[in-house]
Design a protein around this ligand. Structure first.
Ligand SMILES: O=P(O)(O)OC[C@@H](O)[C@@H](O)c1c[nH]c2ccccc12
Length: 253
């Protein structure tokens, strides 16, 4: 699956044109996650659909979802901008930025310097870089380019081998363990448990995917995570603002 996504992404990059620079205020992604009053920092994701689940939310309005996340007090918002597989759009991020006062991360398959530049112009505060999609050297180059242009980065890995390759190259400021295997879609929170042991103390550790309840948050925090990235379980709720509060305060939805 990941290979298919990356092949299509490569074609998109060949046709990519840069947007005009969005004039927005910026907020620090890592600082916001570190300064949470809750058990873990929450990155809430604006996600309409995914290749493994199909449509996740029918009455989808990206600005409405972004505003509800903001009003519920999340530490950061992740916006899926991939169109082909996730039914996102780069304008979703630019639109949401106008209405929220928390850092916004662009969630896409970024493999080229042009996409880093594009993310900055869109108004993002942070981007995702995926270890499984990039050679460690290339990942580090894009990481440095991002920070030089004023973007922060969430470096995501799924497997021990890929994490080892990344750590041989550099230490990411924010490191995400994806509980979902992007080749098979199998998702288990124990992936965070296994991999947290290998994560550097200096990196802010994020557990991503498959988190549905406060108990799940407690679990991954016990494993060593300081923040969580949650999409589907929030996007399926009618009242998103209430769902966020219940998730972070321990009322199961
Ligand atoms: O919807 P979930 O299971 O809460 O997962 C959110 C997020 O972790 C997931 O969307 C994700 C993690 N890494 C990715 C890379 C590309 C696309 C999507 C993702």
């Amino acid at each position: 699956m990941l290979d298919t996504i990356l092949a299509i992404k490569q074609q998109e990059i060949e046709r990519l044109y840069l947007p005009e620079a969005a004039e927005v205020e910026h907020y620090s992604f890592a600082d916001s996650l570190r300064n949470t009053p809750n058990k873990a920092g929450l990155i809430a994701e604006v996600k309409k659909a995914s290749p493994s689940k199909g449509i996740i939310r029918d009455d989808f309005n990206h600005v409405m979802v972004g505003k509800q996340y903001n009003d519920a007090g999340v530490e950061a918002i992740s916006v899926l901008t991939d169109q082909h597989f996730f039914q996102g759009h780069r304008d979703f991020l630019t639109d949401i930025k106008k209405f929220v006062q928390v850092p916004v991360m662009r969630k896409d398959f970024i493999i080229d310097p042009l996409q880093v530049e594009e993310s900055k112009l869109m108004g993002a505060d942070a981007i995702l870089l995926i270890g499984e999609a990039l050679e460690p050297k290339k990942l580090h180059e894009l990481y440095l380019q991002a920070y030089e242009s004023g973007l922060e980065v969430l470096v995501e890995v799924h497997s021990e081998a890929v994490l080892e390759g990344v750590l041989n190259e550099f230490t990411p400021e924010v490191l995400g363990i994806n509980n979902r295997n992007l080749h098979t879609f199998e998702t288990k929170l124990e992936q965070t448990e296994r991999m947290a042991k290998q994560a550097p103390k200096e990196s802010l550790l994020v557990s991503e995917s498959g988190i549905f309840t406060y108990e799940d948050i407690e679990k991954v925090v016990d494993y060593g995570a300081q923040a969580v990235l949650v999409g589907e379980s929030l996007m399926r709720q009618n009242n998103i603002k209430k769902a966020v509060k219940d998730l972070v305060n321990g009322v199961n939805v």
